[in-house]
Structure formats: C-alpha cells, structure tokens
Design a binder for this molecule. Sequence first.
Ligand code: MRU
Length: 416
Amino acid sequence: MTSLEAIKYVRGELQVLDQLKLPHEFVYDNVSTCEEAFDCIKSMRVRGAPAIAIVAALALAVELEHKKDGTTQKLDTIKYINSKLDYLMLSRPTAVDLSNAIKLLKKKSADTAANSLTPDQTLACADIRLSYIEGAEKILEDDLTTNLAIGRYGAEYLRRQQVAIHTPVANADSLRYFTTSPPGTQGAPDQTYRKLSVLTHCNTGSLATSGHGTALGIIRSLHKMNYLDTAFCTETRPYNQGSRLTAFELVFENIPSTLITDSMAGALFARRKEEKNISAVIVGADRVARNGDTANKIGTYSLAVLAKHHGIKFVVAAPTTSIDLYTESGASIKIEDRTGTELTQISGAVVGKLDGKVDVNHTERVAIADQQINVWNPSFDVTPRELIDAIITEKGEVVRSSKGTFNFKGLMPQRW
Ligand code: MRU
C-alpha cells in the first residue's frame, strides 16, 4: 500500500475504511445502500467533512447503478433520489459539504429529467440514473484535485510568511534550513530560510477526504517542498482523531511529527516556538460562514486564542465546498452534540505486558470516567473570524482584510 485511502470506489461498488478500528486494524466495509452509508457516517466509521459528502453521494450512486430504485417513470426516479438524499442529509448536521453535494446532485438530476425529451420512460430513468452517478463520481474526483491545490497554495502562503536569512548560512544544515528562489523572481539569487513547524488539530488528511487532505494536505506539501521542520498534532479529545488518525498518517508517510495532548498547546507555544520556528496552527473546516467564522472540531477555538496570544498565524484550510454563503455568521451554525460515552469510554488494543507489542486481536472498550457523570460533548466549536489570519481554498488564499473581514466574492463556483 503506497497511500492511505478512506474510500475505494469503482462504479457499482463502494468500500469504506472503518476508522473506528484505526490505527490497529485496517478493515474495509462494503457500503451498498444509503442506510449503510448513513450508519457508517453517524457512527463515524467515516468522518471528515469532504469524506462524509463523498460517501453519501456514492452510496446512492451504487444503489442507482444496481437499479435498486426500481422506478420506471422519470418523476419516480427523481422522487427516489431526492428522498434518499434528504435522508442522508440527517446523518450529521454541522459539515456543509454534505448539504452542498446534495444540492448539486438534486439539481443535476432535475436538469437531466427536464432536458430528457425521449418519450421512452425507461430510457429517461436510465439517463437520470447515469447523470446522478457521473455527478457523484465527479465529486470524488474533484476533491483530490482541490486538495492538491490547497496544499500548494497553503505551503506557499506559509513560506511567504518566513523571513529570509540574508547572511547566507554557510553549508546550511539541511535539516533546519531550506533554500529556494521565491516564485516570480527568476534569476534572483536563492534565499535561505529556516524550516518551519506547524500544529494541526483533528484529522484532515487522506482519511478525511478522497486523498492528500486539506490542512494535513498543506503539511504534506510543506514536507514535499522540504520546508517542514516538524508537524505537531494534537490528540484531539474526546474522539482522538489526532492520535488515532493524524499520527497514523504522519508516521505512514515518514513526515517528521510529534504528538501532544490538546492541553499542551500553550506550553508548546510558550516553550518551543523559537526553537522549532512554530509558524502556524493549520486546521480544517466543517463550515465557513459568509463572514469567515469557522466551525471545526471542538478545541479549534482554544487553539486560535492561544495562537493569537503567541503571535502565531492561524490558518484554515477549506475547499470552497466547505464555505456556506447562506449562513451569515457562526452564531447560526448548528453544532452536533454527541453521546457522552465518547468522553467516559475509550477503545484501544491491548499492549502485551512482557514484549510491549500491540495485540490487534484484543481490542477493548474501556471505561475512563465514572459512567454516571453528566457529560457535555459538543463535537465542534466556532472560531470567530477575528482570530483567523487566512483561509486557504483551492482557488488561492483569502486573507483577513485590515477591516477584519473575509471576501469570498468571485471565489465561489456558481454551482447552486
Ligand atoms: O467529527 P469529525 O471527525 O468528522 O470532524 C472532522 C473535522 O472537524 C475536520 O477538521 C473537518 O471535517 C475538515 S476534514 C478535511
């Protein structure tokens, strides 16, 4: 295996990596119905805003490929598609990617039905099914292209924040420095910079997308361009997407990385900012409101406050499909509350007492708090725009203006 794939798809067949079993076991589940996709998303076997949208869209594509809708009239095919999409919409409420994908696919199916002039209803139903399937497949393909672009734009944005070392460092230690001539300065002498470190939260990598990732995609690109010193990742309580998934991705790709608990971020900035050249906190997004307020994994807001205090850039990596121009500000974003057992219990594989090896055949769910305690478990929080320096999209970066605003005009595809 050369790269991690959360979603494997060929027309008519969808397989989803069970992320609840990671990092101990690598098991793909077949998803052949919308009900299975709903369960997969709700139970967080697949998670991450883009991956949720892709799995929902493709599950219905698989149903339609196998003609599970059983319809023979085009209006019934449209009704079937709409009702399945409305059902999938209820799986998780905060990420906007799912609702954007659903709007797009409903419109595509309705347009095909309206434009299909054939009097043969069987043929018209087949046209609608194919148009839906192609639309869902395009969402999968576009996501990878989008992430690669976010990675490039993000890495270049962060490099531009670095100050060149004008006195050339003799035989610059390649572990701590990189040398490059900035884009658009052909013929100019190369500049030497210190490599930079970043902190990321939750999991925004290949496991949360169709590949490469958003915030973790920027880290991958930084590493590939030789700009990266260290990627710090938080554990991301309560569900541990950082320690279970991001740490796994970073180790898998040999990216220099260090895991911390969420509560160590302040100490990291206070004690190691200069030593490691910690230049940014980079996170993903579940929904960016029109004014730039951003909902993301619980704990993101606290990191933004800490970053501000320590003069560290706070950067959101978000495909335009995560931007919601219909939601004015973060105050209107619905935040998903999840079950208390995510805090009071934890899953893990047993570590052998003598040899210290992880025994994947012995995974257990363990209580780590009094099971009677009341729990508040919001899955996401909202970071106000004044704490965000830049939002990196596949079309480039949107930087907070001197007036404190974000302007997404001209950036959004006219797709819905
Ligand atoms: O609850 P999760 O694991 O689905 O939350 C994921 C996040 O908050 C991610 O940061 C976000 O969805 C962006 S993934 C590219």
